[in-house]
Design a protein around this ligand. Sequence first.
Ligand SMILES: *Cc1c(COP(=O)(O)O)cnc(C)c1O
Length: 385
Amino acid sequence: MVSIPGPSVIPDRVLAAMHRPMPNIYEGELVEISYSVQDDLRKIARTEQPVYITVSNGHGAWEMAISNTLSRGDKVLILESGRFAVGWGEMAETSGVKTEILPGIDADPVDPAAVEQRLKADLSREITAVMVVQVDTATSVRNDIPAIRAAIDAAAHPALLMVDCIASLGCEPYEHDDWGVDITVAATQKGLMVPPGLGFVFPSEKALVAHKSADLRTGYFDWGPRTNPDEHYKIYCGTPPIQHLWGMREALDMLFEEGLESVWNRHRILADAVRSAVQAWKAEDGFSFNVTEPEFRSNSVTTVLTGDVDASELRRIAEQDCGVTLGIGLAEFADRAIRIGHMGHLNPPMILGTLGTIEAALTKMGAPMGGSGSAAAAAVIGSAL
Ligand SMILES: *Cc1c(COP(=O)(O)O)cnc(C)c1O
């Protein structure tokens, strides 16, 4: 089993739905499914605006967002809270946009007051967009998107607010329209429970206006021909991603059967179980949380600093002796952290299995442990049943 922060576990129902021969792609069921998937993705992002779909991973969705809204010479403010907003900014820079990083500390969320201050100082309105992640998958920080929106508004700044929700859509509460987000980016393989291969970009009205004059538009990603086309396939700029559409249809059915708010709630409870396990394991020279403030720990991934415990040996035991793959520490966390993914298709036995396995590996290694994390996790889940 994988317990990594994407790609996450794919439900059998989704795998089975994808296992079908090629259909008529010009009319009939596939075309209907394609439109219903778009409508329902908009319900997941909570928007009345359209969704644009790339046949790519999340990086392709990043590029679709950049190329459709920005122009050469524009400046983007990158709100650092780990690796991913910075990576998105690097891509913007390669595309011909200037970037400035608002520096952040790995253990902390973006500080909205610092955003307000920086934007207030931008008297010439040089900054055209602000990029941030809702959940950073390296640090496991969750940013407060409404507070960042409020900071932009308090500065009366016209910059577009662009939010990467690749690690959080379908896991954390999210409101594209109500929160005043201009661009939301997501992808299939994390909370949405479908193999990697589709990226999603949700614009606002303001982003659609920016698209009209964006000079970074490219032939493949351009929203223009994809908007209300006369032929269905133009939505995908070519052959539709048939298998992924079937898979996405099934995954959306599963999300709506459970109810989106119940899905968010399940993620919160299972994340609480993980956090209580880490809290119980905590020891001097042993495990600790990367994110120090509890309210900014995400419900989709937890980055655990491993102290003197050998992170690669722990992962090796979990995988080779027990069959659970844990996430590696990314970038500056290499060899000093593990990441526990708890996003998407996850229930109590799955997360308790992962946590019990980590405890077994710690026991085998003779690692320092404050107490039983799996017992603490079971208590959290038990009291939520
Ligand atoms: C996984 C992830 C990405 C990158 O997605 P790919 O599909 O690997 O391109 C970007 N941002 C965040 C927050 C992610 O978790």
